[in-house]
Design a protein around this ligand. Structure first.
Ligand code: PHE
Length: 366
């Protein structure tokens, strides 16, 4: 076969190759040890010097042409494969995600949304404060002066440095400092002061860790300041809230006298439960579980908030959001909330578009 003929044949089959395997097969058949082009190259050794001078460049040119054609065809095939793959993997972001790609809303976020929805219906606004607090807002203004023993009970994380005002800095140990911030805010906006109705959900920190305690957890604070507020308002509010949250009418509350420096009188609230298949279910009154701390806002706290305690009264309450989520949705290990295990999240998480509403139901598991 002439060199020209061999070249034409090889270039034709290269042009017709449709995948990488076909290209490789042609390469081996032409340039491999037993290949047709390699066989031609071997004939050079037996040639006379004259012959070699005329045939050598032709055979080498053949090898180069075939090598270049193989590389060009390979590039073209790979480029086309990439194009096809990119086209096939196009994601239409307007389509609903397949199940395996769908994230979920963490039960804590869901419960915070549920609480905001329930309290918004009762006229409460959502307030927030910093997680890095100073000891005046976290303790002093809440009637816990420096030597107060309740400070020691909070297992506080302190920062090494004080702030510009010389106040000690810490990670807030409860959401109660938002009471002070909300009062000072309302006074700033309106020198007459209150009324005020807020809830403040958020992260809080204590140096504590076991099956029922994590160093970071979530609380929600409630505060109402108005004229003529009394314990009856507190009890009605908590009852209405817990019935809406647990979505049952048979919620029974038990109020016990208690002590918090920032409320006077202070009331600890238990909710009745029933045993269903050995599990505690909120509702009825077979047993009691503590769910809330609350009370009438201490006069000193109202004054620290910049309001006249002879004119304004109020009630406040605080509770653990994680606890509420566990009670409502039946998880039993607090630590799992913060492990980020996708299996747990896909089991206990909520559909992203399942926004809690009072009419549609607050909180329907996926
Ligand atoms: N801050 C209290 C706690 O962390 C709860 C509480 C809030 C009690 C408001 C009374 C009033 O335990």
């Amino acid at each position: 076969m002439s060199i020209e003929q061999l070249k034409a044949d090889l270039l034709e089959s290269i042009a017709g190759a449709s995948d990488a395997a076909a290209i490789e097969q042609i390469r081996v058949a032409a340039l491999g040890k037993q290949g047709s082009v390699s066989a031609l190259l071997k004939t050079l050794g037996a040639m006379s010097a004259d012959e070699r001078q005329s045939e050598g460049p032709r055979i080498h040119a053949l090898r180069e042409a075939v090598t270049a054609a193989l590389a060009a065809r390979k590039d073209a095939i790979e480029g086309a494969a990439l194009e096809a793959r990119l086209a096939a993997e196009t994601i239409d972001l307007s389509l609903p995600a397949p199940d395996r790609l769908r994230g979920s809303v963490h039960p804590i976020s869901q419960v915070m949304d549920e609480l905001a929805e329930i309290f918004a219906d009762m006229g409460f606004a959502v307030a927030a404060g910093p997680e890095i607090e100073d000891d005046w807002h976290n303790f002093t203004a809440l009637n816990m002066p420096e030597s107060h023993p309740a400070r020691a009970m909070h297992d506080t994380f302190y920062f090494p440095d004080t702030n510009a005002d010389g106040r000690e800095m810490l990670l807030r140990t409860h959401t109660s400092p938002v009471q002070i911030r909300a009062m000072l805010d309302v006074v700033k906006q309106n020198p007459g002061g209150a009324p005020l109705r807020i809830i403040a959900p958020g992260r809080v920190y204590r140096s504590d860790s076991d099956a029922t305690h994590t160093p970071m957890f979530h609380q929600i604070e409630g505060l109402v300041i108005d004229k003529g507020i009394h314990l009856g308002h507190l009890k009605w509010t908590l009852e209405t809230f817990l019935k809406a949250f647990f979505e049952r009418e048979d919620i029974v509350l038990r109020l016990r006298p208690s002590y918090f420096p920032f409320t006077e009188p202070s009331v600890e609230v238990d909710v009745g439960y029933s045993l269903v298949g050995g599990k505690r279910v909120v509702g009825g009154s077979e047993g009691w579980m503590e769910v809330l701390g609350s009370g009438m806002v201490n006069r000193k706290v109202i004054a620290a908030g910049g309001l006249d305690p002879d004119e304004w009264q109020g009630f406040a309450f605080g509770t653990g959001v994680d606890r509420l989520a566990m009670l409502k949705y039946g998880m039993d290990d607090l630590r799992a909330f913060f492990d980020g295990d996708v299996r747990w999240l896909s089991h206990y998480g909520f559909a992203p578009l399942d926004v809690p509403t009072l009419s549609g139901g607050v909180g329907t598991p996926v």
